[in-house]
Design a protein around this ligand. Sequence first.
Ligand code: HSE
Length: 298
Amino acid sequence: TEIKLFCPATIANLSCGFDVLGLCLDNAGDEMIVRKVEQKGVRITKIIGADLPLETDKNVAGVAALAMLATLEVDCGFEIEIYKHIKAGSGIGSSAASAAGAVFGINELLGKPYSRKDLVQFAMQGEKLASGNAHADNVAPALLGGFTLVRSYHPLDIIRIDSPEELFATVVHPQIELKTSDARSVLKQTVSLKSAIMQWGNVGGLIAGLYTKDYDLIGRSLHDEIVEPLRSVLIPGFDLIKQTALENGALGSGISGSGPSIFALSRGKNTADQIAKAMSDVYEKMNLPYEIHVSKIN
Ligand code: HSE
């Protein structure tokens, strides 16, 4: 028996929610086949589209699968084929897609011993391998869909957040690779009370805006006092892309995950498409290769 999966790309942080907020894209992602076999253990049998290790304990999908299987008694094994479309180091959850896909697939083939929320803790082990940090803000939306909040890491408490129908994301990926571990190393370990007050005000505002379908409030809340100023310098054209998105009707714009991708949220597909066009023009003029996605959030 085997299962074929779509493993979605995700946007983490959403400006104000570093390490706690994320959302799931509906048309960008990898594919994966997970197969139940007699021979025990986990084997990565094929990776197409990326140069990633096949050794189970060096592969994010493998590590997540092993973390899950360590908690279960099963007398079968699993083979995993990965078809990567999301580039590593792009800021739209490449490692999360693989880690989430592996544990989701195995869970299905075992008759769902775990809930989707339960699976987050295992997928996080893949993230730990990839970036040195077991953050859940990509794997949670990849597994649960839509918007998610990591209310707490210890103990892990993942909340799915409703979002309005017409919310769309535009994500542009300037074709450079930025390792999450490098993008984390530029961050300060402390924040001022003044910045913290702004940030938690905005997190609350964003969640309230999503629930009440108040697009203005969503837009007002998409700000980041703490991380964006330190990371944006690593991203070519960041200020211009963000400004262009806002001028073309975006509710807000910021760094997708740890970058270099830049996201904009907007109301309606037309606006999201217009933003995509305007962002493309910026990188065309800069002569910088890029990839762009417009996606409904779900
Ligand atoms: N919250 C993580 C970070 C996401 O910004 O480092 C990485 O994709």
